[in-house]
Write a protein of this length. Structure first.
Length: 254
């Protein structure tokens, strides 16, 4: 049973599923390369792609493992993953509909959990991370990747505001400090952290989520009225494009 928030996310992304398969921001990046590197090194058998979205983690992982379970709350996303996996001949990808906070898997079901650009939609970050830890086998590991909020309060507020205007299913981009606390409380140990700046091209960024014209205008108004330190932090340009920071966390289990 999904919560109202989880149902809202599923409804919002159902009509946008195919856009996330073709999205350049989601389909490429050093973080996907890092996932593949770790899978090659560890030679694991069974992995969970938690909050799979358009399935890009699953497609990269499939060549290196026996089974990938792609899990998401949005049925249309799972349908797109199933179809794309079939087109690419990736027969070891299967899908499961579930929220991160209530995974339908037994304890110690997976060698690794991979989670990319989804936690900012979760209703409860702490519960989702506890579930990720629960389904890991002893000696298992995880890679969690997400866009993060700046530590500066004004820049944090700016980011949450424009993200919510763009995407009404947005919950929160967390700061690094918030991530560190949540991961530790869930039973994870941070083994490696890397950050990268991603350029959000305004038209692509808002078209992908089918943001309304009135909300696009509101975002541009907020950007124009932001204080100089905020505009400099995000490197906001005249067209509304800006930089977003993503964190890649390689995790062991305590």
């Amino acid at each position: 049973m999904l919560s109202p928030q989880q149902t809202h996310v599923a409804d919002h992304y159902g009509a946008r599923a195919k856009d996330y398969v073709t999205s350049a921001v989601h389909a490429s990046g050093a973080d996907l390369d890092r996932i593949e590197d770790e899978l090659r090194r560890r030679r694991v058998s069974r992995v969970l792609d938690l909050g799979c979205g358009g399935g890009h983690v699953s497609y990269r992982a499939a060549a290196h493992v026996d089974v990938v379970v792609a899990c998401d709350v949005t049925p249309a996303m799972l349908d797109v993953v199933t179809a794309t996996a079939a087109e690419r001949g990736l027969a070891n990808i299967r899908t499961e509909r579930a929220a991160a906070e209530a995974l339908p898997f037994a304890e110690a079901s997976f060698d690794a959990v991979l989670c990319r650009f989804t936690a900012h939609h979760w209703q409860d970050l702490h519960a989702g991370l506890r579930e990720a830890r629960r389904v890991l086998k002893p000696g298992g590991w995880a890679i969690v990747i997400d866009s993060i909020a700046p530590a500066d309060a004004a820049a944090d507020t700016h980011l949450q505001t424009v993200e919510l205007l763009r995407d009404p299913s947005h919950v929160r981009n967390y700061t690094l400090a918030e991530w560190a606390t949540a991961l530790a409380q869930a039973g994870f140990q941070l083994e490696e952290l890397s950050l990268r700046r991603m350029r959000m091209v305004f038209d692509d960024w808002t078209t992908r989520t089918r943001t309304s014209a009135v909300h696009r205008e509101a975002i541009r108004s907020i950007q124009a009225g932001a204080p100089l330190p905020v505009r400099e932090h995000f490197a906001i340009d005249a067209g509304g494009s800006f930089d977003l920071t993503a964190a890649t966390c390689l995790l062991g289990i305590a």
